[in-house]
Design a protein. Structure first.
Length: 70
């Protein structure tokens, strides 16, 4: 473990990712079937990418927390 690694907290990062994923699942359940329509075609967006995006937003929130509240 290097000097900079002692501040890492994988459990806290996982909690942020899980809460973001849960928020993404809530959005997907609330909004329901989504899709993108362009140029005469349409693509359905299922819940999986919305949940994944929520996890990414949760990890971004963890990064911001680490940046401002060391």
């Amino acid at each position: 473990m290097t000097e900079g690694d002692k501040d890492n907290n994988p459990a806290e990062a996982a909690a942020f990712a899980a809460s973001g994923a849960a928020a993404g699942a809530g959005v997907a359940a609330t909004v329901g079937g989504m899709g993108l329509a362009f140029g005469g075609t349409a693509i359905a967006i299922t819940a999986a990418p919305v949940v994944a995006a929520g996890a990414i937003v949760g990890l971004a929130a963890y990064g911001l927390k680490k940046a401002f509240f060391k």
